[in-house]
Write a protein that binds this ligand. Structure first.
Ligand code: EPZ
Length: 431
């Protein structure tokens, strides 16, 4: 291919053009949580009745999950800001490979399919840019509940023996508080015979949201949000009408947008207690934060660096590590950011350095010296949250940046440029 054609192809890669230095003012609306909606959609497999989900975000991952469920025979239909799902006649327990291969969250189907049908065949979700993302704890839990599970040729096959094809409650202790493993075991155990306990369970708000919806469907779950969850198996679940919680990671991202542009904005709906660790770090670096029942106002002052170590909830969320590092590249003094959840979630460091950030990386620890001004550059996000970090850094940079990686960004942020432009940003999307 000629150089000119290569250059034009490069220029034509979908990207956002972002003019830096625009102050923000006003209110940003937060959408439903991606990491809740995805698992709630798969929970609809546990009943023949209609599950009505409200406040479902419009994201590529959500549309991908819809396709997967439809391919298994689930009736899906859209309502104004939601989704109706009915798994009346499940045509198969093996979602098509070409659909699930692109969406790790499709693995959430294995628990409900086992609970409902007694069998499931799901491709092993591969790793991704941020890490290996193993599912050993998910499989360990399903085996403890009596499933026969094998992994061959990249496919996880699970089945329940015996005439009743019903899983049996068990006492399960997780080696790590895995969100996906906790949610998978929860959905498998709700229809099992007897009592299941999950120790060292993940405590994320999305786990709590799932337990709340399952209980609304007739399940008998207690302790969700704490380290030990108890599930008393029931015979069947019925449909429900449920509203997805606001996305705490999207909310945190826009709070950081306000901080990095030194702007005062309000975000809602938002549940402050889902963001305590992030709000504390924003206060520690010099932001005044006011919280109401379902909203948060941020007013940055003179900002200085803070240290951050990512932890399972209620610690600082790994999904806001990259966005927060973009902010720390612009605050006075030194900050140390340590990533403890994923083995390879520092790809945004090199891109921030291209924008003039002063960062020294040692393994999964970054030492950041704040600079007075980042400079605009063509940058790219290699994963969802790195792409968000590039957008935030561009909002504060001197000049106009070009941010690539929209295929990642659109997985987790609906209408990002519309939301930011509504409060004063100058962002245009170039397909
Ligand atoms: C969920 O992923 C989220 N995704 C992730 O959000 C989030 O980063 C993560 O939880 C942690 O909060 C969804 O909910 C769809 P984990 P999940 O199992 O369930 C290790 C985003 O940006 N682990 O809690 O895959 C694993 O390697 C995405 O929105 C094991 O070692 O997360 C990882 O290091 C990214 N063995 C850590 O635990 C296992 O068997 C957290 O994984 C399972 C996990």
């Amino acid at each position: 291919m000629s150089t000119a054609a290569t250059i034009s192809r490069e220029i034509l890669k979908p990207h956002l053009k972002i003019k830096g230095g625009c102050p923000l003012k006003g209110e940003i609306k937060i959408s439903g949580a991606k990491n809740s909606a995805l698992v709630l959609m798969t929970a609809a497999l546990l009943t023949e009745e209609i599950v009505k989900l409200n406040n479902v975000p419009s994201l590529t991952d959500i549309h991908g999950m819809e396709e997967i469920l439809s391919a298994m025979g689930v009736n899906t239909s859209n309502s104004p800001n939601g989704l109706n799902l009915q798994a009346k006649l499940l045509s198969n327990s093996e979602p098509p490979y070409q659909l699930v291969n692109g969406l790790r969250a499709s693995f959430f189907c294995i628990g409900p399919l086992l609970g409902r049908l007694g069998r499931a065949k799901i491709p092993l979700p591969g790793g991704c840019r941020i890490g290996a993302r193993p599912v050993a704890e998910h499989i360990k839990g399903l085996k403890a509940l009596g499933a026969v599970v094998s992994v061959e040729h990249g496919v996880v096959s699970a089945s329940v023996l015996g005439s009743k094809k019903r899983l049996k409650g068990a006492a399960i202790i997780l080696d790590c508080p895995s969100v996906g493993a906790t949610e998978t075991i929860l959905m498998a155990a709700v229809l099992a015979e007897g009592i299941t306990t999950i120790e060292n369970a993940a405590q994320e708000p999305e786990v709590q949201d799932l337990a709340k919806m399952l209980n609304k469907m007739g399940a008998c779950i207690s302790g969700a949000g704490g380290p030990i969850i108890t599930i008393k198996g029931v015979q069947r679940l019925h449909g429900c009408d449920y509203t997805v919680i606001p996305d705490r990671i999207e909310a945190g991202t826009y709070l950081i947008a306000a901080a990095i542009t030194r702007s005062k904005i309000h975000i809602s709906p938002a549940i402050p207690e889902h963001l305590n660790a992030v709000l504390q770090k924003l206060r520690d670096c010099g932001c005044v934060i006011a919280t109401e029942m379902d909203g948060i106002t941020i007013n940055p002052g003179e900002l200085t660096g803070v240290d951050i170590t990512t932890q399972p909830f209620p610690g600082f969320p790994t999904d806001l590590q990259a966005p927060f590092m973009a902010l720390l590249a612009t605050t006075k003094g030194t900050s140390v950011v340590t990533e403890k959840i994923y083995e390879n979630r520092m790809q945004h460091v090199a891109e921030l350095q291209r924008m003039g950030a002063s960062i020294r990386l040692q393994g999964n620890t970054a030492v950041i010296e704040g600079v007075p001004q980042l400079s605009a550059a063509p940058v790219s996000g290699g994963d969802l949250r790195s792409a968000a970090a590039m957008v935030l850094a561009s909002l504060a940079a001197n000049g106009t940046s070009k941010v690539e990686g929209l295929n990642h960004l659109d997985r987790g942020y609906s209408n990002l440029e519309l939301k930011l432009n509504s409060v004063g940003s100058q962002i245009t999307r170039r397909q």
